[in-house]
Design a protein around this ligand. Structure first.
Ligand code: OGA
Ligand code: NI
Length: 359
């Protein structure tokens, strides 16, 4: 493993959206073109990037209200999808539903603003919050993706200067959405623990309860004239315990990897797509697997999504819960603090930090 600390990070000079606007020749700049010969990372099979040949995921749909009612049938279903796919569609998710349309609307309006307006909220190369693109280390291709990344919890850690003032409803809309999605996260972490026959606090407690961190990531994927040459997002897993994703209403593009095979994630109206991330894999001692996924780009249509991620505070040590460790299944992952910092260094090289956590 090369030295993660000494690596040099880069950002592309222009948002992809601007590139597409000015690109009359339809030539894709090299820095976005994925070259299978130079990328050796696991699960980055470039041949599979042709969306047309990829099968659809048989999307397991879970009913949130049934989980809250402790329906044994729904709990079994949850356990089964979590241990097979590690991701599912969540319907009937309660009060958060009323906030979704507005969130999509402000997201759309934000990305439609002139560049100078958006650049008031630009990220720096040192920290990922703000508007811009993901960093990569030298030689790695960039994602065909512009994004706005904002911490939403704890409230006193919000970097409010990076919260757009235009559209004028952006801040109040995200604030209202955040309240609801936080409740949903808490409930989901508790029911996931229960579905594994654990104390309901097992994961929520490691998340840090009131101190737990949540990030929102507004994704914008412009169309690309040669979609098979680029990735919206390269294959990756999320740093999170779980990610709560609001997909585009019309344009699909998300794919998940299961048993070395890619599957397209369908759009289920009014559903959240929820996936297990690295930190829940660690806490569950590998019983739940952090799902590798990627985003492919549409030739003609833009795509948007909003992902909400969760992570314990940096000083909190996490590790496999003791009930999931026994003689047959020893502790498979190290205890770790500030996994987020480690993750950011690995992801810039398109590598998986979780592999370094295995004992
Ligand atoms: C992410 C992600 C998927 C999507 O933001 O980490 O995987 O559909 N997003 O935009
Ligand atoms: Ni992701």
């Amino acid at each position: 493993m090369s030295n993660v600390v000494a690596m040099k990070l880069e950002l592309p000079s222009t948002p992809v959206q601007e590139l597409v606007k000015s690109n009359t020749g339809k030539q894709i700049p090299d820095r976005y073109v994925f070259n299978p010969k130079t990328n050796t990372s696991e699960s980055s099979n470039f041949d599979d990037n042709d969306d047309a040949v990829v099968p659809w995921m048989e999307s397991p749909v879970i009913d949130f209200q049934q989980l809250l009612l402790d329906s044994q049938h729904e709990m079994h279903k949850l356990r089964s999808v979590l241990t097979s796919w590690g991701c599912f569609q969540l319907i009937n998710h309660g009060t958060v539903s009323s906030k979704i349309d507005q969130l999509r609307q402000v997201s759309k309006e934000f990305f439609a603003l002139p560049l100078e307006q958006k650049q008031k909220y630009s990220r720096t190369v040192d920290w990922f919050e703000g508007y811009g693109n993901d960093t990569v280390s030298e030689g790695q291709p960039f994602n065909w993706n512009d994004r706005l990344h904002l911490k939403i919890y704890p409230v006193d850690q919000r970097n409010v200067k990076l919260w757009p003032e235009i559209p004028s409803k952006f801040r109040e809309t995200l604030d209202a959405y955040a309240v609801e999605v936080r409740k949903l996260l808490e409930n989901m972490l508790k029911v996931i623990a229960k579905s594994l026959n654990l104390e309901e606090e097992s994961f929520y407690n490691q998340f840090g309860e009131e101190e737990g961190i949540m990030f929102s990531r507004f994704n914008y994927y412009p169309p690309c004239p040669s979609p098979d040459q680029v990735f919206g997002l390269k294959p990756h897993s999320d740093v999170t315990l779980i990610t709560i994703l609001l997909q585009d209403t019309e344009v699909h593009g998300l794919q998940v990897l299961k048993d070395d095979q890619w599957f397209k994630v369908p759009i289920v109206p009014d559903a959240f797509f929820i996936n297990v991330g690295d930190q829940l894999e660690i806490m569950s001692n590998g019983i739940l697997k952090s799902v590798v996924h990627k985003v492919v780009i549409d030739k003609q249509r833009e795509r948007m999504s909003v992902a909400v991620a969760s992570s314990p505070p940096p000083d909190k040590e996490i590790g496999p819960v003791s009930e999931l460790i026994d003689e047959e299944r020893p502790q498979l992952y190290k205890n770790v603090k500030n996994y987020l910092a480690t993750f950011l260094q690995y992801i810039a090289r398109s590598e998986r930090a979780i592999d370094a956590m295995k004992i």
